[in-house]
Design a protein around this ligand. Structure first.
Ligand code: PMP
Ligand code: GLU
Length: 397
């Protein structure tokens, strides 16, 4: 048998992708599984974006592109950063990649050496840990509890910094908790960050438009940390373009050049047609997203109301993204038909088998007390799923 690399063997499969694969398989077997596992908008890509893609194809934008992306796309990104985030990034500071996932991998692979510490506030998005591990970095997890709305405090951040710390990675709005850092909270974190000028902070803002309360705030807006921050964003979530594969960073020229070099050996520039379509998305007024945001907001209410009706479930009120991350640890130790639930994984497996609802265990996001519910589904589907979950959880004793 062919030996696979230690690197690969040490890597966990993405739990979000594994769960969505499992629900697809069960559906193919004829099971009526509702999947609330994958964080993917259930809307179609808007027509004007698809039209731009068709035009790009007809205009023969079908060859290799510059590795960091077409100039006109990077200009549109530069303008978007200014318009939405009040951030100044020139074209030479912007690198477009095959999804924000690759943007994150480029940054970590370009900066992290064996043994460098990367602070990751938990709960975190699944792939952060594995990207750090494959880059031979050491993840340092800082737990932000539900009592602090799953956000870390400046003193927690400072306490985690050692001479080996090279990076911190976080998302706002956060996947999986939906927590949003306010401008004041980011300012307070920036006060710590600026004291460590060699610390790079990856601010993953891919859910920026899916924010129900405040205006999105970017960490890089503060001049005294601007050079230390890599702002990550993409078109997957806001523009329902998950399959098109386009993410991007704004960073210092040095980091941008490093990512371009890395990407030049792995994938080259992302799809030419996608790039042209993304220009249409990024130039559009974000006002057109209001209907979608409104739909997510009422779905959030539906899920939170349903969870409130289930005894033993505790949750924060997510202010953004499209996830709820309830604490379900009160069900651990309970049994049904002789099978004991000891963890979030057990509970998710139980809900998959007995309620036909696919969720993702909080273990994958660094909080074993929780499970993640993605509410990127219709209200009808969510109502049915939440009823099924309630019935199944009430059977546990
Ligand atoms: N960051 C976060 C927090 C995410 O939830 C996702 C979702 N896949 C990504 C990055 C990557 O997005 P994509 O690769 O589709 O641009
Ligand atoms: N980010 C999404 C999620 O968390 C998509 C899946 C993935 O890329 O891992 O479900």
């Amino acid at each position: 048998m062919i030996e696979l690399s230690d690197r690969l063997n040490a890597m966990e499969e993405s739990a979000t992708i594994a769960m969505s694969r499992k629900s697809r398989e069960l559906r193919a077997e004829g099971k009526d599984v509702i999947s609330l596992s994958l964080g993917e908008p259930d809307f179609y890509t808007p027509e004007f974006i698809k039209d731009a893609a068709v035009k790009a194809m007809k205009d023969n934008f079908t060859t290799y592109t510059p590795v960091p992306g077409y100039d006109d796309l990077r200009l549109a990104i530069s303008e978007k950063f200014k318009r939405d985030n009040d951030l100044n990034y020139g074209l030479d500071q912007i690198v477009v990649s095959t999804g924000a996932k690759q943007s994150l991998a480029n940054v970590v692979m370009s900066i992290i050496n064996n043994g460098d510490e990367v602070i990751i506030p938990a709960p975190f998005w699944v792939s952060y840990i594995e990207i750090v591990k494959v880059s031979e970095g050491t993840p340092v997890i800082v737990n932000a509890g539900i009592e602090n709305d799953f956000k870390i405090t400046p003193s927690q951040l400072e306490a985690a910094i050692t001479p080996k710390t090279k990076m911190m990675m976080f998302s706002t709005p956060c996947n999986p908790t939906g927590s949003v850092y306010s401008k004041d909270e980011l300012r307070a974190l920036a006060d710590v960050i600026k004291k460590y000028p060699n610390l790079v902070v990856v601010s993953d803002e891919i859910y920026e438009h899916i924010n129900f309360t405040t205006k999105h705030a970017s960490l890089a807006q503060f001049d005294d940390v601007y050079d230390q921050v890599v702002t990550v964003n993409g078109v997957s979530k806001a523009w329902a373009m998950t399959g098109w594969r386009l993410g991007y960073i704004g960073a210092s020229v040095r980091i941008a050049n490093a990512c371009t070099k890395m990407q030049g050996q792995f994938t080259s520039g992302t799809c030419s047609i996608t790039q042209k379509a993304a220009i249409a998305a990024l130039k559009a007024d974000p006002v057109v997203l209001e209907d979608m945001i409104g739909a997510f907001k009422s779905r959030r209410k539906l899920v939170l109301d349903a969870l409130e009706g289930i005894k033993g479930v505790k949750t924060n009120v997510p202010e953004g993204a499209f996830y709820v991350f309830p604490d379900v640890s009160s069900f651990y130790g309970k049994e049904v038909n002789g099978a004991k639930i000891d963890s979030g994984s057990d509970l998710c497996m139980y809900l998959l088998e007995h309620a036909n609802v696919a969720l993702v265990t909080g273990e994958a996001f660094g909080d074993p007390n929780c499970i993640r519910i993605s509410y990127a589904a219709s209200e009808e589907t969510l109502t049915e799923a939440m009823n099924r979950i309630k019935v199944a959880l009430e059977k546990l004793s």
